[in-house]
Design a protein around this ligand. Structure first.
Ligand SMILES: Nc1ncnc2c1ncn2[C@@H]1O[C@H](COP(=O)(O)OP(=O)(O)O)[C@@H](O)[C@H]1O
Ligand SMILES: [Mg+2]
Length: 368
């Protein structure tokens, strides 16, 4: 069987359960991202796949082999860490060749692989340099090159971009995406950065405290987050959350009452909702748009702060209830702090969350 299968994986440190009954099928050639806050168990999971940590229970299969008890070197995977530990006294070439020489690969084959990896990662002019003569981004590319020359079945990346400054991080991210397009190998990538997850992943596994919150394609997770945790973790600026009460049911769709008493009609089906309890309305900034037409049905508030990003303008608005939300304005908007504003809510792009955090999504209205 192709790909990687993780079955019933547990990891305990003494009495502390770090990973609980983790199950996942990873297809051959996927770019799979484990996304979650610090401490949720991402590195632990990756290290178990690599064979650097033992499992407490469960099995790991790679390309049809049960590797659960195999040593890291026998698993046909290569790992790249956040802290790229290059050998400081060796050239780039020797850093990349080192692991291959260790397994007595013929020199001609080593040379072919190092030259090819160097070309791919634009390291050819640097092959005779030592790490101290290179930038952080170049060193991280060498660390990636050291994995590439192994021609592994799967690449395992543990926050490899976290040590780079913002500009280098986004450049190296693009290089990784290109590398994946070219090699078509299975890649598993761990990060706490939702932008990296959204841009690189074919599928994202959102994790929270050792458990899977949601598995899905980036845009599916963005549009239909399975829980309030996922909704708040994905997207920047983060989704707005406002406490609401269920107001009425119009043709099967829920209307909700905001703290200031105004009622907002959503297209969330009432049928699936719990009948009572507290609810939270979730709306991303792009679903909450500044509207200065003065038309009826707008939510009133006052501008607290305007952030102009050039292509977009984010407006922080205090609602009458005191809650603060972030809305989108047209990029040419001349809106200023202190101004009263009306907000139009896109009823087809909202979410309701019940007390347990479970999500209920708005439906697109039929076009008739
Ligand atoms: N060797 C260890 N002994 C005890 N607890 C550990 C050990 N390694 C990791 N942990 C705990 O396991 C949890 C998950 O850690 P980790 O996998 O490093 O999280 P992440 O990579 O998502 O930030 C953390 O609470 C951490 O403190
Ligand atoms: Mg980690």
């Amino acid at each position: 069987m192709d790909g990687i299968q993780i079955v019933g994986l547990d990891k305990r440190y003494g009495s502390v359960e770090v990973i609980k009954n983790f199950n996942l099928e990873i297809e051959q050639g996927e770019f799979l991202v484990f996304l979650g806050p610090s401490g949720c168990g991402k590195s632990t999971l990756l290290r178990m796949i690599a064979g650097l940590d033992s499992v407490s229970a469960g099995e790991i299969h790679i390309a049809g082999r049960d590797v659960t008890q195999l040593a890291p070197g026998a698993r046909d995977v290569a790992m790249v860490f956040q802290h790229y530990a290059l050998y400081p006294h060796m050239t780039v070439y020797d850093n990349m060749a080192f692991g291959l020489r260790n397994v007595n690969m013929p020199a001609a084959e080593i040379d072919r692989r190092v030259q090819e990896a160097a070309r791919m990662l634009e390291l050819t002019p640097l092959l005779q340099r030592k790490p101290v003569q290179m930038s952080g981004g170049q060193r991280q590319r060498v660390a990636i090159g050291r994995a590439v020359v192994k021609e592994p079945y799967a690449f395992l990346f543990d926050e490899p971009l976290s040590n780079l400054d913002a500009a280098l991080r986004s450049r190296t991210r693009v290089e990784l995406a290109r590398l994946h397009q070219r090699l078509k190998s299975t890649m598993i990538f761990v990060t706490h950065d939702q932008v990296e997850a959204m841009t690189l992943a074919t599928r994202i596994v959102v994790m929270n405290a050792g458990k899977v919150e949601q598995v899905g394609r980036p845009m599916d997770i963005y549009r239909q987050p399975a829980s309030r945790f996922v909704a708040s973790f994905i997207g920047s600026p983060t989704m707005n959350f406002v406490d609401v009460e269920l107001a009425e049911d119009r043709a099967g769709a829920a209307a909700v009452r905001l703290p200031d008493g105004s009622v907002v009609q959503t297209t969330v089906a009432t049928a699936g909702l719990p009948r009572s309890g507290r609810f939270t309305l979730g709306a991303r900034p792009e679903a909450l748009v500044i509207d200065d037409s003065g038309s009826a049905g707008l939510i009133g508030g006052r501008v607290e702060l305007v952030e102009r990003l050039g292509d977009q303008t984010h407006v922080h608005v205090a609602l009458a209830s005191g809650a603060s939300v972030v809305a989108h304005a047209h990029r040419d908007s001349e809106i200023e702090a202190g101004a009263p504003v009306g907000l139009r809510l896109d009823a087809e792009a909202v979410h309701l969350f019940d007390e347990s955090g479970a999500a209920y999504h708005a439906q697109a209205r039929s076009s008739s």
